[in-house]
Design a protein around this ligand. Sequence first.
Ligand SMILES: Nc1ncnc2c1ncn2[C@@H]1O[C@H](COP(=O)(O)OP(=O)(O)OP(=O)(O)O)[C@@H](O)[C@H]1O
Length: 189
Amino acid sequence: MDISCNNIEFSRDEFTLGADARFSEGLHIVTGRIGSGKSTLAALLAGIGKPDKGTITTEGIGSRIFSMQFPEYHLTHMTIGKEIESWDLDLEPVMNTAGLRYKENRDPMTLSRGELKRLHLACIIQKEYDLMILDEPFSSLDCIWKRNFRDMLDEIRGGVRIIFTHESKILPDYDHLWNISDGILSKTE
Ligand SMILES: Nc1ncnc2c1ncn2[C@@H]1O[C@H](COP(=O)(O)OP(=O)(O)OP(=O)(O)O)[C@@H](O)[C@H]1O
């Protein structure tokens, strides 16, 4: 099971990203400074847009999830309860995990950005995917919730999991560490 960037190049205005990499089963962290191209690579791996050069190929990947940096991009329903149902999940475990008990009738857009991120991550964590691409999963969370979700992500086994983050202090136990610098992705560990 893997996803590979085969000598890809992608340009937007003056920014160009290059990557030649294979993400195998396990947990990969991709770091990089602000504006280094993390979200760009995450979206390309998720199949949103195509590289200008090269290809992105997968092997053995069926189910997949792409979690975008801003959780409101994922909303499809007018209540938290309906939102959770749309993931085909039971309400209670998700609301407990997200710290949002008894809020099933609230409009998710009335949640704070951090609360909404908790809801979104709690839905992802209750499911299993062959390919999980998480763009800045810890953004908008406070220290306690960063640690909580870091620990929950640590417990996931199987599949290809790629976390794009500029956080360096709160990281799950990873198998491979990558960095994007000067528009080039390289493996550092
Ligand atoms: N739609 C766009 N049009 C032109 N340039 C863009 C567009 N989207 C992003 N960029 C540029 O591409 C570069 C990479 O952006 P990207 O969002 O991938 O970085 P990032 O590493 O995810 O940043 P952050 O850590 O702030 O989330 C940046 O210089 C950004 O300004």
